[in-house]
Design a protein around this ligand. Structure first.
Ligand code: NI
Length: 565
């Protein structure tokens, strides 16, 4: 018991001592209460990326530092840091909602006691993926490509389009995707896109931040590519290339005066209608033309770009290529329409007697001139049938007395000529010209010319001396180019269709002139094989005149064996 009292006495003494000391400390205690720091305000709190958050707070005057506290819905406040600075960044778990509060503190003057202030109002934050930095680029008149930079922690991306009512999801993309193409857009409309990443976290799928302003684009219709402005018989025809997205075109014209400005002269409806003929162009005047594509979007007309320089043409009358209402082409010169064979540009054109285009030959491609001598005969129509069927032509060196007024074969010459075959002069009576006087040669030539002219309406422009017999006197007297040959089939000798066929097919080359005779059924049979076979090999079957026109021409009194390139 004594021992107990003794201890009790010690306790009492101690309490007394504390009271005394405490009374002495009172002024100090009140001083500390006055020094309690103010309360900071959390100014910003944000998710930096999928697993970092950052907060900043207002300054508290006189504070020596700040303490940061954190809790979640399931845990209580925990001090996570103590800082002099007024910002705090922390790694946290993605997708979890955290609450933060901050308080300021001061140290007592003796540096022994820390006096904390009150907690700031708490703020909450969730670490989510950052907003991807995006851009958008046009891909044609109705598509755009949205591209973005990847963000840390993203498990995928979603591309949105901003609409009046919010956001419309356009695509869900993988974590490795960095772009997405949006099709089916319209020109003239401003589109806004934004990209948002998401992360798969313990909390489920957590959507990241996104740029609410997004990236904007307004697509445009392309610039119409002008092709030409050219004269036709009805006016100046302007043509252009089909333009993607166009529903039609506007055609503009201006004159050549310094102050001339574009004036709309027509609207051409439909994407595929890509020409317009200006019928109001005055003869002798030069005009410029340009064209713009249009498209109606939301009942507004969106126009494409246009070539500022335009294409020009001086309205002339009766010059150049024309097409009549039935689609037949002809070529007008100051002297009227071309008939016969003409080289225009790089091509050789054959026009019929009325001036309509019949055949077009490309001299840059292989061609062969088949020639038939000594006819016409009963075998000629068969050869003409084959040529007609194959859309090919040949040259017939006819003997005058076989086509004159009394001949049953006369109509064959007319038919051949109308098919765009060429009729050559092979003398009136198949005479060996080297045995004749100059006047005898002239007479043979003239009588044959007359007979041919009467038969088909045109004079022969070339001749072939019978048997190939010629000398300088013959060359001078015939007054036409002398057409020999480079492939001699000897069909007159063999009378064998198969030998004639192989003779031609084995020896022919680009520019060859082939000698045959339309007197023989065997040659007609051979022709039925030769003509399609040559076409199949890529040869154009042409007349001597067509071949010459494409390969340097011919002159009277000169000899030609071939027209090799
Ligand atoms: Ni002959």
């Amino acid at each position: 018991m004594r021992r107990f009292y003794k201890r009790k006495g010690m306790v009492f003494f101690s309490l007394l001592l504390i009271l005394l000391l405490g009374a002495a400390a009172v002024p100090r205690y009140f001083a500390a209460a006055e020094q309690k720091p103010g309360t900071p305000v959390i100014k910003t709190i944000e998710s930096l990326d999928y697993n970092h958050v950052k907060l900043t707070w207002s300054e508290v005057k006189g504070a020596d530092g700040y303490r940061i506290f954190r809790k979640t819905a399931d845990t209580s406040w925990k001090r996570v840091g103590s800082y002099q600075a007024r910002s705090y960044t922390e790694e946290v778990e993605s997708g979890v909602t955290y609450y933060y509060a901050v308080c300021a503190y001061i140290w007592t003057d003796d540096g022994k006691t820390l006096i904390p202030g009150d907690f700031s109002q708490e703020r909450k934050i969730k670490a989510v993926t950052a907003a991807p930095s995006a851009s958008v680029k046009a891909a044609g008149w109705n598509s755009a490509v949205v591209s973005w930079k990847g963000v840390a922690g993203a498990d995928g991306y979603r591309v949105h389009r901003k609409t009046d009512s919010g956001r419309k999801t356009l695509a869900n993309c993988s974590a490795s995707a960095r772009s997405f193409k949006i099709e089916g857009l319209e020109p003239g409309i401003s589109y806004t896109f934004t990209v948002r990443a998401y992360a798969n976290t313990s909390q489920g799928k957590v959507w990241g931040k996104f740029d609410a302003d997004g990236v904007k684009i307004k697509l445009t219709l392309g610039t119409v590519k002008l092709k030409a402005a050219e004269n036709t018989d009805s006016g100046i025809r302007v043509s252009w290339s089909k333009t993607a997205g166009a529903q039609g075109y506007r055609v503009y014209r201006k004159g050549t005066s310094a102050d001339a400005s574009w004036e709309r002269i027509a609207v051409v409806k439909g994407q595929s209608k890509v020409s317009y003929t200006d019928k109001k162009a005055s003869v002798g005047k030069k005009y410029y033309y340009t064209v713009r594509a249009y498209r109606v979007v939301d009942s507004k007309t969106v126009l494409g770009g246009y070539q500022k320089k335009g294409v020009s043409c001086t309205r002339s009358k009766n010059m150049g290529w024309f097409t009549d209402s039935e689609g037949r082409r002809y070529y007008l010169t100051e002297d009227g329409r071309y008939t016969g064979v003409h080289k225009i540009g790089s091509k050789v054109y054959t026009f019929d007697q009325k001036g309509f285009l019949k055949r077009t030959i490309d001299p840059a491609k292989p061609m062969v001139a088949l020639t038939y001598d000594d006819g016409p005969s009963a075998s000629t129509p068969e050869i003409l049938d084959i040529l007609d069927k194959c859309d090919a032509a040949a040259t017939f060196f006819v003997v005058g007395n076989r086509v004159d007024g009394s001949s049953a074969y006369r109509s064959y010459v007319k038919r051949a000529y109308q098919m765009s075959c060429q009729i050559g002069n092979h003398t009136y009576e198949h005479k060996t010209l080297t045995a004749l006087s100059e006047s005898g040669i002239r007479s043979q030539m003239k009588k044959c010319d007359t007979a041919v002219k009467e038969a088909c309406g045109a004079l022969p422009s070339v001749m072939r001396p019978p048997g190939g017999s010629r000398n300088a006197a013959v060359d001078a007297a015939v007054l036409k180019p002398l057409i020999h040959w480079s492939v001699d089939t000897l069909d007159w000798k063999t009378r064998s269709a198969s030998q004639t066929v192989s003779s031609v097919l084995n020896n022919v080359k680009d520019g060859s002139i082939v000698l045959m005779h339309d007197l023989y059924a065997s040659t007609a049979d051979a022709s039925a094989k030769i003509i399609p076979a040559l076409i199949k090999k890529g040869y154009q079957l042409v007349t001597v005149e067509e071949m010459a026109a494409g390969r340097g021409g011919m002159k009277a009194g000169k000899r030609y064996y071939s027209f090799y390139r």
